[in-house]
Design a protein around this ligand. Structure first.
Ligand SMILES: Nc1ncnc2c1ncn2[C@@H]1O[C@H](COP(=O)(O)OP(=O)(O)O)[C@@H](O)[C@H]1O
Ligand SMILES: [Mg+2]
Length: 406
């Protein structure tokens, strides 16, 4: 664990960049520092690996004060990734990645093997190993930066706005890759960003800092969305907090029905004699038509289809049952022309459909298990209800927003 204990940084010109900051950074998870420009994020990160000396307070790593450790050893135990990767322009990609192993005295071949292995790990074609940084795209360079930081397998990774300079599509790819790598490696990652959505997506814990290097709130992302501690945090989080919070609940609780699902080669007889009688046509006047493999093709009017009409209405987009979040299920229902969401399995076959009301019920159930209100704000019904959000919190399975890294 890294403990930042009442740390203050005052620069010689009198600027207080960080003001009595206390944070417990747990092992094996991603802790994000987020806040507007100039709020002390970079200063905090660089105090952890002693690139900047703190003024007051102390920082400990597994209980030991970082000032009591040789600075080189400390830095080698902490991979460091910055915006624009900070690669050495005159060294090849492989040599860039092998920098720390070479410093540690690995022989050339060992270091090269390690570099190639890491290129695969971060999603880079090893054929790029002999190129120079300028011959790579920004996103590729950023992957090299991550590979270089991982090269000597440090337990800690410090990442300062590593993905801020690339376009949104590339950034999403890099974020997903980081979550995938982290699921495999379980590093202790301190990740700095000014982008609250990135913080919510990547963070197991999120520290929101405000101007002057003061901690505004430190909480898991779903809790930030539920209960921002003050108007600054609320404003910084932005709009649609309620819908965004649904990213943290699995859609597994959405009750699906497969009754309206029919294959494209179903006969009119099968429809009139078996399918339609089983449906409540007042509630479900539609059929979801699939190809012969079971993949959804579109919606049809149930009575018209039974009468031989072949018209199909596009179904919008589906969600993956068991993997996606309630937010994905809701989105699927909202975008569906029939108001019914289409659920598919991992191979894309339709497994059921759910009406907006059914999804609303699943949302209510999820909120009952992890209330939006804080326990102190909930009126106790008749005394025996324990504090909300303990056992119930364990029962609700959190999922990564956007289904990444599940
Ligand atoms: N070397 C320095 N000397 C004086 N002030 C600095 C120095 N470096 C940063 N600052 C100031 O400290 C504050 C925090 O900076 P920084 O940690 O870089 O913020 P962030 O990374 O959140 O944008 C800012 O007001 C910045 O201008
Ligand atoms: Mg910064």
């Amino acid at each position: 664990m890294i403990l930042i204990d009442a740390v203050t940084k005052r620069y010689p010109d009198g600027t207080t960049a960080v003001d009595r900051l206390t944070l417990e950074i747990p092992d094996g998870s991603i802790t994000v520092l987020v806040g507007p420009s100039g709020c002390g994020k970079t200063t905090t990160l660089r105090m952890i690996n002693r690139m900047i000396d703190l003024t007051e307070g102390r920082i400990t790593l597994d209980g030991a004060d970082i000032r009591d450790q040789p600075v080189n050893a400390l830095r080698r135990s902490m991979g460091y990734v910055i915006q624009n990767a900070g690669l050495f322009p005159h060294r090849t990609i492989a040599d860039n990645i092998a920098t720390v192993p070479r410093l540690l005295g690995w022989d050339r071949r060992q270091a090269k093997t390690r570099a190639l292995e890491l290129m695969e790990r971060v999603g880079l074609d090893p054929a790029l190993a002999k190129r120079y940084p300028y011959q790579l795209s920004g996103g590729q360079q950023q992957r090299v930066g991550v590979a270089r930081a991982l090269a000597a397998d440090p337990p800690v990774m410090l990442m300062d706005e590593p993905f801020s300079a690339v376009d949104p599509v590339v950034r999403k790819g890099l974020q997903d890759e980081l979550l995938r790598i982290q699921a495999e490696l379980g590093k202790t990652i301190v990740f700095v960003t000014h982008d609250i959505d990135e913080a919510i997506k990547l963070g197991d814990m999120v520290a929101v800092l405000r101007e002057g290097g003061k901690l505004a709130q430190y909480a898991p992302p779903s809790e930030l969305l539920t209960a921002p501690s003050d108007p600054f945090v609320e404003d910084f989080l932005g709009t649609d907090r309620g819908v965004r919070r649904l990213s943290f609940f699995t859609a597994a609780g959405v009750e699906l029905t497969s009754l309206p699902i029919v294959a494209v080669d179903s006969t009119a007889e099968q429809l009139t004699e078996r399918t339609l009688p089983a449906l409540d046509l007042g509630k479900t006047p539609y059929l979801l038509v699939t190809d012969t493999e079971g993949r959804p093709l579109g919606w049809a009017d149930a009575k018209l289809r039974a009468a031989g009409d072949t018209a199909l209405t596009p179904y919008g987009h589906s969600f993956t049952a068991g993997r996606d979040s309630l937010r994905a299920a809701l989105d699927s229902a909202v975008l569906s022309p029939t108001g019914w969401a289409v659920a598919v399995d991992e191979s894309g076959r339709a497994v059921g459909v759910a009406a907006q009301e059914t999804i609303a019920a699943a949302i209510r159930d999820a909120h009952a298990e992890r209330p939006v209100l804080l326990p102190s704000q909930v009126a106790e019904p008749d005394g025996d209800g324990g504090p909300a959000g303990t056992a119930a919190e364990d029962a609700a399975v959190p999922v990564r927003p956007d289904g990444a890294g599940a």
